[in-house]
Design a protein around this ligand. Structure first.
Ligand SMILES: [Zn+2]
Length: 399
């Protein structure tokens, strides 16, 4: 057994403990508290000891695009440049592109992240995640506005099976309502329900253009779909908001990660809360791609579960989740600091099906902890953790 004393211990499932002690055995948390002093206690000094963070929305395979797609005033403008930079995907990646995945994983780990919810078309992030010991779920993203069935699911089954395993689970993600047909949505939902990983992720309510398409069948997204030859003449706008559209077809459940939600009304958020779904907010990316900032305070007021993601390096400058929660604090000064930190740890872990292993310093969970150096005496440690933390201030504590 080993034990660590820190100026502050932040277990997440209980309030911070001043001069707390965490004891660990066999890589798992044994006890958390003021602690009777065991023989081999290691004093970490002026640090906050907390569980590693969970980044619930990344696209690691897009890491090579860092700095190549500038911020845009409008979502469809950003998408057009992103498509142009990426070219037509043919399922292969260059060694430079694959190398960028490992680099991004290293940076995320240095910034205190221990698990991710990664969206992937290629599943190329699976191997580098395993090699780096980064836990998580890879959501195999499928799309096609004019897909008339779920044939693509069977065609790609083997690819998912070979990528899954050893700490990295593979599940499915229909991309978004403006890019994925209802037939494909339904087929994915059925396979997720029947399969071994019951978690699904979907981009929802990100841009005003998405809302306009679903309400009226008009706007820049229709133009985009026509331009790329994906529009279908038999498509009828559902004439409702994005949550109602998926909900009326039974496509959202308690194991669904609803990513972005920038445009969602109070009623839509209340419905997600009632279902038990998790909203994953990525405020820096939202600003970058021109959809505005998310209504963070409304998210929390609605009672919906809130997790945090950075999104990809095509729409954010780094994968430092501490920078993301600093932005959340800026946007939502009235939300308790403890709630925002819980979002970046325990809520994210639960959303990815890792709630029994990660996300809090709870006896029995994995001891994947980080120590954040404090600048001296800090009275409100949770507020400090929202002030912007650089990798240089973070040390992993892996006993
Ligand atoms: Zn995304």
């Amino acid at each position: 057994m080993k034990a660590f004393r820190a100026a502050w211990v932040c277990p997440i499932d209980q309030p911070p403990i001043k001069d707390g002690v965490v004891s660990v055995a066999g890589g798992k948390i044994l006890s958390v508290g003021m602690g009777a002093s065991p023989d081999r206690i290691r004093d970490l000094g002026p640090v906050a000891l907390l569980p590693g963070l969970v980044n619930a929305h990344t696209h690691l395979e897009l890491s090579w695009m860092r700095g190549r797609v500038p911020p845009a005033p409008k979502f469809t403008d950003w998408v057009k440049v992103m498509f142009a930079v990426r070219g037509r995907p043919d399922g292969t990646m260059s060694s430079e592109q694959i190398g960028a995945i490992a680099g991004a994983i290293g940076e995320a780990k240095d910034a205190g992240t221990v698990a991710v919810g990664d969206i992937s078309n290629s599943l190329m992030s699976a191997q580098p995640m395993r090699e780096a010991g980064l836990r998580g779920v890879i959501f195999h993203e499928l799309l096609g506005f004019n897909e008339r069935d779920g044939a693509v699911l069977d065609a790609t089954r083997e690819m998912r099976a070979s990528a899954s395993g050893a700490g990295v689970r593979v599940s499915l993600a229909p991309h978004a309502p403006y890019s994925t047909s209802l037939e494909l949505f339904r087929a994915i939902r059925k396979m997720v329900n029947d399969g071994e990983c019951p978690i699904m992720s979907v981009h929802l309510g990100e841009s005003p253009e998405e809302v306009e398409l679903l309400e009226n069948g008009t706007g820049p997204w229709r133009g985009m779909l026509e331009m790329i030859g994906a529009w279908r003449e038999d498509w009828q706008a559902p004439a409702c908001d994005p949550v109602s559209y998926l909900d009326r077809h039974g496509l959202i459940d308690a194991n669904t990660l609803v990513v972005h939600g920038v445009q969602l009304s109070g009623a839509a958020l209340a419905r997600l809360a009632a279902i038990g779904a998790t909203v994953v907010t990525c405020p820096r990316s939202n600003q970058w791609v021109g959809v505005g900032y998310p209504p963070i305070e409304r998210f929390y007021e609605s009672g919906v579960k809130v997790a945090v993601g950075t999104d990809s390096l095509a729409s954010v400058q780094d994968l430092n989740l501490f920078s993301e929660i600093k932005t959340m604090r800026y946007l939502a000064p009235n939300v308790p600091a403890s709630s925002i930190i819980e979002s970046a740890t325990l809520i994210g872990a639960r959303a990815l099906g890792l709630g029994n292993e990660l996300g809090s310093l709870t006896p029995g969970k994995q001891a994947k902890m980080i120590a954040v150096r404090l600048p001296g005496r800090v009275d409100d440690v949770e507020e400090f953790l929202l002030s912007g933390i650089d990798p240089e201030q973070i040390e992993p504590v892996n006993p």
